[in-house]
Ligand binder design. Sequence first.
Ligand code: 5GP
Ligand code: MG
Ligand code: MG
Length: 179
Amino acid sequence: MRNDIKEILFTTEQIEEKAAQLAKELEVDYAGKKPILLGLLKGSIPFIGDLMKHMNMPIQIEFMDVSSYHGGTTSSGQVKILKDLDISVENRHIIIVEDIVDTGFTLTKVIALLKHRGAASVEVVTMLDKPEGRVVEMEPKYIGFTIPKAFVVGYGLDYDEYYRNLPYVGILKEEVYMK
Ligand code: 5GP
Ligand code: MG
Ligand code: MG
């Protein structure tokens, strides 16, 4: 798999350190509350695991699966809910956990839905942000790393469902998705 990676952007150590820092920020900002960490499947799995173990406070872990990518490397703009929550978010403080924000379509849709369902607050913590890809206005409150407009994989991020298990974030060689 390493042969398919052009360049490693962030190592396991760098990501884990960043996750621990973000967890401490969340701990301060949500002191006295019992927030829901809402991971978006499947890309947020490693990141939510690293975040939660450093949050020394009562948190609830939930997941949703929404998709705007259909096996390719560009967003379609259409967001589908593949797996919904099975709990009420009414009056709850929600921290959405994302792997990466690109166009902003996915989060805009999920945030609107959660607010519509009566969430007390909705914020976003994302491991990666790609601001140059933004199509709709969307400013995550908590950002791990900002990256240029490249297609990255690893640490939860896939290409056609593979590479999620790479323990680092790297840029995929173009020839991998050109063939
Ligand atoms: P958005 O709706 O903001 O365009 O995209 C968010 C989702 O698109 C992310 O959660 C992720 O699943 C996917 N995505 C965006 N950029 C990348 C990327 O560089 N690599 C991978 N593997 N997925 C990406
Ligand atoms: Mg995602
Ligand atoms: Mg994907």
